[in-house]
Design a protein around this ligand. Sequence first.
Ligand code: CP
Length: 325
Amino acid sequence: MTLTSTNRNPQLNSHGELTHLLSTEGLPHEVLTRILDTAAPFAAVAEREVKKVPLLRGKSIFNLFFENSTRTRTTFEIAAKRLSADVINLNINTSSANKGESLLDTTDNLAAMQADMFVVRHASSGAPHLIVQHLAATGQDHIHVINAGDGRHAHPTQGLLDMYTIRHYKQDFTQLTVAIVGDVLHSRVARSQIHALTTLGVPEVRVIAPKTLLPSGIERLGVRVFNDMKEGLRGVDVVMMLRLQNERMQSALLPSAQEYFKSYGLTMDKLALAKPDAIVMHPGPMNRGVEIESTVADGSQAVILPQVTFGIAVRMAVMTMLAGA
Ligand code: CP
């Protein structure tokens, strides 16, 4: 695939097939649904004694995590190994990136090692997109790129595993009211969730946050804004909590963690305002006692650990759709 002015979405080729995964924004309903449908049989692979299928045998997948990660990096590695790919985890701390090598020089060198796929996490929004543009410009567009989280921009596989989780527990997106609660301003996860939820037909997506943690113009993404958590949680089917991202806050946007918890922390009392069968989600890592109380995080309505498990199947689905035989 070559990036041209006629190809507006660099994730899709001229046949509408996924060639890279950079964002859930702009992915058609049909593509999102195909990813979720493809993930379902991979979830069953995990139940087998031999948890491997040969779909990516002979492929070399490079995990390039320029930012910390527990869940995403590990589940990408498990997913690639279950697909029989060769996985190379570049240790950024001991790589030549530490000697000043540029991102594109690093990927050029890995491309020279016959890479088939880059899984990229980076603190800079747009870094995976920059790699895609560079690969196209240098005739290396047979290498697929998956965004594993870039700055505040997007975390598409997190958004997709969240959609898989919601569909698993609630089946029909078109009957749901979903609330996203917390630090929307700094959250790449929230953006990926909102784009996926609205495309999949969720009729009411609410965002609940103090004004200081909401990007201006968020309503334009098709969400209802609430500053009062109790009002916003009333009658919802799904509560998606967000981590308070202190590392991305450039100034004091909140009085204190205790004040934040009082107004926006999910407690059993506040959860009682949602539907009795509402599910509670969190992408992790959690700040217990800041955005979520332990009794909720470990309670019967929480599906936080199943989210992690489903992440393996969803990442297997994405990698297979990109590079499978
Ligand atoms: N949800 C998520 O991205 O977690 P990690 O930072 O541990 O990968």
